[in-house]
Ligand binder design. Structure first.
Ligand code: NAD
Length: 486
């Protein structure tokens, strides 16, 4: 038996595919959505086949000429209206998100508002699509540069931020005049479908946004990339899958944006305000229960402040209430599924086997649901797998250092380069270190960097391109140069 979602969330949630403005059952049955807090099936959602995917591309391609010709102000107003509706419905959307993802209600509330902000920001950016004009060096003609919508955009999103990863792509795409086919993660299709429903209510025409949950992302994606009408692939997820998609897209030279994995170092220098660093570490580690690409994955703490830092961080994590995300006072919900929990447990066990000390947690509690206790590990030996792999769970491994140059080298010793965090009482020194950190983003004396108005993205194998800010809009435009003689 499945749950009565409407009575728990307060909204009717679509559970079918959205294709060309119609809710469709699709051609290949349904997929179960599981509540990670109970391991029970919440509901069944239509499971898109490659043929459903091609129908969605047909709808998106059909809607493209009119949408790209719609005045930018009008496109922006649809996004603005969608922001308003999301804010009005934020509590219901947050409850829905807790059910399918497991995160604590406080985190879900934060995400819904953050997700909605991408619609407000890109409502404002829709009217700022610029170009430029210059005189050719020869003086013979003018160089005119226009930006045009890239076209039908295929988006693949992960389960960890089920609404924000969708709005961070849909917002700029719609602002730029593109139409969209979105494939949410199979674990969390409900939030994406609810966002699509809001966009329709906000006046986005049929076919501009299509949504296809599926159990079989591989065949669906192959079919879509092979369709010459799909001109853009925007992916958020693991580096492993991103690499594979880049290879597939190479066959069609599809324009790609990639937001991939991270392995964020969190540096605490000897002159840091330790209480502020603990506050920042808590946010950088525990936001979303550690299931964030921006999650601090490795703490490099100067020997001088390391004992105080680890004791205070341990106190904070040990005090967290663990339980179902909708229960009162819960700080930390379950992980999203059994595989994620097994991976976290294996990384912790292997680190302790290599000599790391458990200051709190270090195990899964005995109860139904995919829980793992908040964990602090001290004196983690260099070379432990937990320092090189994305943990994606509530575990903070601490490594002590004495030499800043050595800490910077350790921080950079990874194929990832999404975000780094740094605490120091000396801003000049902090900025000098920030310039040397190989990351697309650096938080100085801050544990959170995400902001719809800031360019989010990574270097090295953490990705290609940026989301958010004006840069995020440009990912959905092509540059056209016109040589003019007048
Ligand atoms: P994942 O790569 O397993 O899945 C992401 C998406 O890709 C899902 O929708 C999934 O269905 C789809 N997918 C999987 N195999 C596919 C295939 N063969 N073809 C097409 N699509 C396929 O990642 P995940 O476990 O859902 O998410 C966690 C990962 O996402 C972490 O590595 C995290 O760092 C990363 N992430 C990055 C950012 C960022 O902005 N850089 C943000 C959030 C999450």
């Amino acid at each position: 038996m499945t749950a009565d979602l409407a009575s728990i969330t307060g909204i009717e949630t679509p559970t079918r595919l959205l294709i060309g403005g119609q809710w469709s059952s699709g051609r290949s049955g349904t997929l179960p959505v599981v509540d990670p807090a109970t391991e029970d099936v919440l509901t069944e959602v239509a499971d898109a086949s490659p043929e459903d995917g091609l129908e969605a591309v047909e709808a998106a391609a059909g809607a493209l000429p009119a949408w790209s010709a719609t005045p930018p102000r009008q496109r922006g107003e649809c996004l603005r209206k969608a922001w308003e509706l999301m804010v009005q419905r934020s509590e219901q959307l947050a409850r829905l998100m807790v059910l399918e993802n497991g995160k604590a209600l406080r985190d879900a509330r934060g995400e819904v508002l953050y997700a909605a902000e991408f619609f407000r920001w890109y409502a404002e950016e829709a009217v700022r699509i610029d170009g430029h004009l210059s005189v050719a060096p020869s003086g013979a003609n003018r160089i005119m540069v226009l930006r045009q919508p890239v076209g039908v955009s295929y988006m693949i999103t992960p389960w960890n931020f089920p609404a924000a990863m969708a709005t961070r792509k849909i917002g700029p795409a719609l602002a730029a005049g593109c139409t969209v086919v979105l494939k949410p993660a199979k674990e969390t299709p409900l939030s994406a479908l609810a966002v699509a429903q809001i966009l329709a209510e906000a006046g986005v025409p049929d076919g501009v946004v299509n949504v296809l949950p599926t159990m079989k992302p591989g065949p669906l994606t192959q079919a879509l990339l092979a369709d010459p009408r799909v001109r853009k692939l925007s992916f958020t997820g693991s580096t492993e899958v991103g690499r594979m998609l880049l290879k597939q897209a190479a066959d069609y030279v599809t324009n790609c944006s990639m937001e991939l994995g991270g392995n964020a170092p969190f540096l605490v220098l000897d002159d840091a305000d330790v209480d502020a660093a603990v506050d920042g570490a808590f946010l950088a580690k525990m936001r979303n229960g550690g299931e964030a690409c921006t999650a601090a994955n490795r703490f490099y703490v100067h020997e001088k402040v390391a004992s105080e830092f680890s004791a205070k961080l341990t106190q904070r994590l040990a005090a967290l209430k663990v339980g179902p995300g909708l229960e009162d006072g819960v700080d930390l919900g379950p992980l999203v599924n059994a595989d994620t929990r097994s991976k976290v447990a294996e990384l912790v066990d292997s680190a302790t086997g290599a000599g790391a000390r458990v200051l709190t947690g270090g195990q899964a509690p005995e109860r139904a649901g995919y829980y793992y206790l908040p964990t602090v590990l001290d004196s983690v030996p260099a070379g432990a797998g937990i320092l090189s792999e994305e943990i994606f769970g509530p575990v903070a491994p601490i490594v002590r250092f004495t030499d800043t140059d050595q800490a910077i080298a350790l921080a950079n010793n990874t194929e990832y380069g999404l975000v780094s965090y740094l605490y120091s009482g000396d801003l000049r020194r902090a900025l000098q270190v920030a310039e040397r950190l190989e990351a697309g983003m650096v938080g100085i004396n801050r544990g959170v960097v995400s902001d719809p108005a800031a360019p989010f993205g990574g270097v090295k194998q953490s990705g290609l391109g940026r989301e958010g800010a004006h840069e995020g809009l440009l990912e959905y435009t092509e540059t056209k140069y016109i040589a003019v003689d007048w």
